[in-house]
Design a binder for this molecule. Sequence first.
Ligand SMILES: [Zn+2]
Ligand SMILES: [Zn+2]
Length: 946
Amino acid sequence: MGGFFPLDFTNFPSNASESLLALSCDLDPRLISMFSQEEYGLDYFRDQGFHRKKCECCGKFFWTRNEARKTCGDPPCDPYTFIGNPVFSKEHGLDEMREHYLSFFEGRGHTRIPRYPVVARWRDDIYLTIASIADFQPFVTSGLVPPPANPLTISQPCIRLDDLDSVGRSGRHLTTFEMMAHHVFNTRQKEIYWKDSTVQLCDELLMGLGMDPMAVTYKESPWAGGGNAGPSVEVMIGGLELATLVFMDLKATPTGTIEIKGERYSKMDNYIVDTGYGLERFVWASKGSPTIYDAIFPDLVRKVADLSDVEHDLSNSEYAEIFAQNARLAGMVDVDAYSMKELRTMIAARLGISYEKLEEAIAPMERVYAVVDHTRCLAYMLGDGIIPSNIKAGYLARLVIRRTLRIMKELGLKPSLEGLVREQISRLDYPDWQERMETISVILAQEEEKYAETLDKGMRLVRKTAQSYGKKGQAFPLTEIISLYDTHGIPPEMSKDAAEEAGVKVELPDNFYSLVAKTHIKAQKEEEAAPQVILEGKTELSFYDHPFDESFKAEVRDIIGNSVILDKTLFYPEGGGQPADHGILEKGGLTFKVVDVQRIGDVVLHAMDGDGAKAFQKGDHVAGHIDMRRRLAHARHHTATHLVHDSAKRVLGKHIWQAGAQKTETRARLDISHYKRITDYELRAIEMEANRRVMDMIPVNTKFMPRTEAEKVFGFELYQGGVPPGKQIRVVKVGSDIEACAGTHVTNTGMIGTIKILRTERVQDGVERLEFAAGEAAVRAVQEREGLLIESSDILRVPMDRLPKTANRFFEEWKGQQKEIERLKEDLAKTQAKSLVSEAVAIDDLKVIAKRMGVADIDELIKVASLLAEMDYVALLGSESGKLVAAVGKTGLEKGIKAGNVIKAASKLLGGGGGGKPELAQGGGPKSEMLEEALKAGVDVIRTGL
Ligand SMILES: [Zn+2]
Ligand SMILES: [Zn+2]
């Protein structure tokens, strides 16, 4: 096994920019030269006898103990050599390797901290956790809040869907991986450790695993991204990048003295050791298996292969070599730059086998690998509480679900997706996930069902779309395939099949899913409604300390437009789904209405009614009075929202997450993530639970806390309403509900009085809306509903408790009577038709009836005329109100008489129009006094038509 690559890969687009750490990018040579010997010339390298060398292949600098070494160790300069030739002395599984890593750093003064969820609840810019440093952005890395521990070590599960389509194919790509890391947050006042210790710790870790000290290279690789930059080294062994060590010490600032790519940088006061060690790659390197998948979950790969009837025998060296060569080649080149076919052709040539034989061996296993990887990804996504939907992280979960289902179908894999995810969950040591498995089962079964429905419905739509491109002689564009997926959930493979069926050219890229995922990975920043001006000064917010004070005294600081700025205020500015307070400002005995209150930065603007602000001047002493009825109504609805949310969680499950909320004086609404419609039974249970919390008279506790501490104590569940900015966050605790919230609340749930849920609505797939009223508004809502009952029982003249029965009886009777009326109308029409027969006149051999039908309605005219046509008459019937219907029987139709023409001529005389089919038409006009003439005109058309 093994075998060195004789091919020269130096001219292939390489994967060199693909780094373990996120946000890395190709850099300007100026930056590279700036991060020179002085940045990398570490004492540790010198003491250990490292040499700094320039790669003969790519020209980049690297550090090695091996003086004879000529290349940097990074593909394509060096190929994978670890396959079949492990770089560590002992094989390790995932759990073993993770534990080894974490205890290594724990033993060297680092605090081990628990992993963060894969859904980045503490971020508003990304949905999924993509790197361990993401856990600490933006507030810890910016220096605003302290880290949870310092230095720390963590193994953070990360999900990246950028290379979704390469998973399984390249032998190394994964959607889900654990980034093991040690992080240090240094300040100029207190440095914990920096480059030397970082490299030393890494080197010792690797040697402890039995690495040959001569084998490792540390490749200089300056890093920049997301407004930060710094020197970094990639840690290469056997052609595999095992880790990246970044020394983040620059930030982009307009006044910076270091220029990189037109952007100015300066040294940061807080400088960070940001490392990333790929757990799965460590395991792979320890085993040297042909693919990473065979290294990290060999038993699951075997199981899925067996279930799919795919032979997978790595002890057969010829067979194993196919996968090894595939992984080596994919390791050397940028897989995105080639089609699958091109890559396969290269590998087949290397192995000296036919393309078909290669395809036969490799294609089914690629699917097996992808299924194993994707179900692990889903275990993390659903275990951490993502609900599949069409938005945000839910969109990404559904994308992975559908791709997995598609691949399972291609494999003919029998067991359900749910079974495979359950298997993955049972292997991961997160006790609360077992508890969630019931919910996850329901979600997955439902997603499978929805997908099947989509395929059923989608086929017709996609065929129609394909045909319309075919008619225009155009190719089926990629944008259309993406839109069919996005809007209708139609998988791209299906669009491709339909296009080919319709003979339409189609270009489906190998990386379709990655392309789609990429457009949904980053959160769209919501447009800010408030004007982007910066106001000087600060208004003290007194309402937090004195939530029920009605009046206050303050000094006018400024007037901007029609708004007054005070030094302090009791007025709550609009925010967090809670509207602004209203009230009055009083000056010298005169009062002026406050109609809106907004906060910009630290300043509160009191918008005055009319041109009220003109009455105020800087330095005025004023009194403010809050409309307490309005404030209290808001506070009741706000606290009630927290209670309803908490109750929904109790009733529906822990996966409930707030997707939006809005409060007014009379109503509140709460949007929650949920995978199905809320039933009436559940709704009543939620309402009862919420009201029990009211009756329990639970005190509402609010407290400003340091962010890190609050997160540590309460978890990210805090961020139901979004992630507030700042060092301190306000934590509102109502019983078991704990949220970061800036709103005004009642002090005890008893003050809410009552909560009445009024309705639910599916706002979109995966999001349910609850609309409810609290306090007086709830009583009023109940009264309104009761009013409807009273009114109804008055109308029906029965007591309220008999309303349903009575309404039902009336409805049934009414339905019976409707049927009876229909039947009588039929009878009547038949009788009328029969009686009209005697009035027919013969025109040639055609029997024609033209007749005034009194006050008959249009339905009656149509019925009678149609019956006459059935009996082979030509009928033209008119009502006194000016409506006309013509019907032509078999003979008339044969002779070319058209009911439409008859109606047109007749209606014209009535000053109107009409039309229809040859056998039946209708029309009429306002001049009903001309009915007789109109009928004659109709008959004339029949006569001249013959
Ligand atoms: Zn190189
Ligand atoms: Zn709140």
